[in-house]
Structures are given as structure tokens and as C-alpha cells.
Design a protein. Structure first.
Length: 125
């Protein structure tokens, strides 16, 4: 494959890169092709980060979603937040989650599922 990688400057180039990557995924690659593949993926990721940013979710929405997903009552959060009133205040968005609480929440939910890779950042604004 003859191709000179370069930064992606428009949506046509982006679509072309995606097409090239897709074609490369369907076959065995030589070492040089593997390096080219990795570089193309990095260029696509950079373009996506710049032009298709993923909006951060509200920490309270993240917490509510996890409670629902694991069928956990808010009562389980009392140890992390200190008391029921503080749990409710956080869940209503009246009080922000402190960094130490965010660390505890990430640890708590990561222990529930090996598939999760939450960090304190997921619970902070």
C-alpha cells in the first residue's frame, strides 16, 4: 500500500482514513503496515478529539446511572458521603462531590465489576 500519512484537515480526508483503516483491519499486516495502521488510527483519533468531542456527563447522572445499573440503593452511599442528607444533597445536585468522595466512588463501583475502569474524574465536574 502506497500512502503518505499526514494530519487530517477535513471530513473527506477523515472518511478516506477511516476507509483505509477498515481495509487494513480485514487482513494480515506486515510490520511496516502495522506501524502505518497505528499512525493512521492516531491521526483519526486526534481529528475526532478535535471535531467530535465527547461531552462529559454530569457526575450526578453518572452516579445515578451506576446505582440503577447495579440495582443499588442510595443508602449504600452513606459511608462515602457521611450521612443521608449529604447523599440526597449530592444526588439533587445541590452539593458537589468532593475529590476524596470521587475516589471512594470509583473504588466502590470498580469493585462491583471488573469491566469498569472508573476514576475520580468520572465523578467530578
Amino acid at each position: 500500500m502506497q500512502y503518505q500519512p499526514k494530519p487530517i484537515n477535513n471530513s473527506q480526508e477523515y472518511e478516506r482514513f477511516l476507509s483505509i483503516i477498515e481495509g487494513m483491519m480485514s487482513r494480515e499486516l506486515s510490520n511496516d503496515e502495522g506501524l502505518l495502521f497505528d499512525l493512521l488510527v492516531l491521526l483519526v483519533e486526534e481529528y475526532e478529539r478535535k471535531y467530535y468531542p465527547i461531552a462529559r456527563t454530569n457526575p450526578t447522572a453518572t452516579l445515578e446511572s451506576l446505582l440503577h445499573e447495579f440495582d443499588i440503593d442510595r443508602e449504600c452511599l452513606v459511608d462515602i458521603f457521611g450521612d443521608r442528607d449529604r447523599v440526597e444533597s449530592v444526588m439533587l445536585g445541590k452539593q458537589a462531590i468532593a475529590p476524596s468522595q470521587a475516589e471512594s466512588l470509583a473504588e466502590f463501583f470498580n469493585h462491583l465489576s471488573a469491566k469498569l475502569a472508573l476514576s475520580a474524574r468520572d465523578f467530578l465536574l
